[in-house]
Design a protein around this ligand. Structure first.
Ligand SMILES: *Cc1c(COP(=O)(O)O)cnc(C)c1O
Length: 365
């Protein structure tokens, strides 16, 4: 059996440190925010080359806070991609703004920057690219368009901890970004978690206020805020795990190299890393015409796989009110039909990679 990911192996490797950190929080009674969260925020900001990080209770909350800090609200339009986890789009909808989709690039599955200009209207306020699977979107031309057209850029970095675009870290390429610490993410809490990172003190202050009921002083609510605070236990756990993230990221990149060498590239298309970028392989997705058959054959051999994502957001029932139809984003729709995520986790061995590759070759799809 080869699992899709192995959280147990990771916990075992750091159990003593994690258990001590959790007990420390229990003993301190700082169950919400507190010193452990503040310490993690400082360390995560450094990791992202950002000025500040603001812990939140999920990645979705972090994206929502980031959008609100940028002043996005009803009547505004935010340009994003349909090929992402639904939370990207939900966060925009929560602000009252309207998501406007552009298609993705066929090679890298991130926003096709050449399509942005045509999607801009007088209502457009922001662009929210997604660093999908751990690969940075094509940020330089995107930022250039944003600068020229007076738009804000918010990075959805939920899958891109430690990823780099020409030496700049995801989370500080634009002025503000949202990360997720969902347990399966490259940096995962043992529960829900997320963070905003920003290079601007005013955005940071607004996020801190909004995540805590819009409170500027105790029981003085300047804004209609939210309960989006991070738990003390999650902050302590993330502080421990952050110290291992670089090593885990390098291990993921090694696993990707092993896959590239071992997989039969006549059967499947392997992921392409954008030149000049550090891909952190949150997801290792291959492409094939008969994805469902490949998934079936691998499953029968005990190899777990995933599909990220089978239905693009513009075709999800929940977002039918946006008025999109099948055929509107042909690249996203084709990629959604063809991608299959193979097992990918830092502890994966070369032998396990060989086993997956052999099963892919035998499937002959
Ligand atoms: C995981 C994820 C989110 C949401 O994060 P949660 O912590 O689950 O709320 C948002 N965007 C993308 C691209 C994600 O992968």
């Amino acid at each position: 059996m080869i699992p899709y990911l192995d959280l147990k192996a990771q916990y075992r490797s750091i159990k003593a440190e994690i258990d001590a950190a959790v007990l420390r929080v229990l003993d301190s009674t700082q169950y919400i925010l507190g010193e452990e969260v503040a310490a993690f925020e400082r360390e995560f900001a450094v990791h992202c080359h950002a000025k500040e990080a603001i812990g939140a209770n999920s990645g979705t909350s972090a994206l929502h806070l980031a959008l609100l800090a940028c002043g996005i609200g009803p009547g505004d339009e935010v340009i994003t991609v349909p090929f992402t986890f639904v939370a990207t789009v939900s966060a925009i909808v929560y602000t009252g703004a309207t998501p406007v989709f552009v298609d993705i690039e066929p090679d890298y599955y991130t926003m096709d920057v050449s399509r942005i200009e045509a999607a801009i209207t007088p209502r457009t306020k922001a662009i929210m690219p997604v660093h999908l699977y751990g690969q940075p979107a094509d940020m330089d031309p995107l930022l250039e368009i944003a600068r020229r057209r007076g738009l804000t850029v918010i990075e959805d970095a939920a899958q891109a901890h430690g990823a780099e675009y020409h030496g700049r870290r995801c989370g500080s390429i634009a002025e503000i970004a949202g990360f997720s610490f969902y347990p399966g993410k490259n940096l995962g809490a043992y529960g829900e978690g997320g963070a905003v990172t920003t290079t601007r003190a005013d955005y940071a202050a607004m996020c801190r206020t909004l995540r805590n009921w819009g409170e500027e002083k105790r029981y003085e609510h300047r804004y209609k805020g939210f309960n989006y605070r991070m738990d003390g236990i999650q902050g302590a756990i993330l502080g421990v795990k952050l110290r291992h993230l670089e090593q885990w990221t390098e291990q993921r990149r090694q696993v990707a190299e092993w896959y590239a060498a071992a997989l039969d590239q006549d059967s499947v298309r392997i992921p392409k890393a954008r030149p000049g970028c550090r891909h952190v392989y949150h997801v290792y997705a291959v492409r094939t015409d008969d994805r469902d058959k490949l998934r079936d054959v691998l499953g029968k051999q005990g190899i777990q796989t995933g599909i990220h994502y089978p239905i693009p957001v513009h075709l999800q029932a929940a977002h039918a009110d946006l008025g999109y139809h099948a055929g509107d984003f042909p690249v996203a729709e084709q990629v959604a039909r063809e991608v299959l995520s193979l097992p990918m986790f830092p502890e994966m061995t070369r032998e396990q990679v060989r086993e997956v590759a052999a099963a892919v070759s035998e499937a002959r799809v």
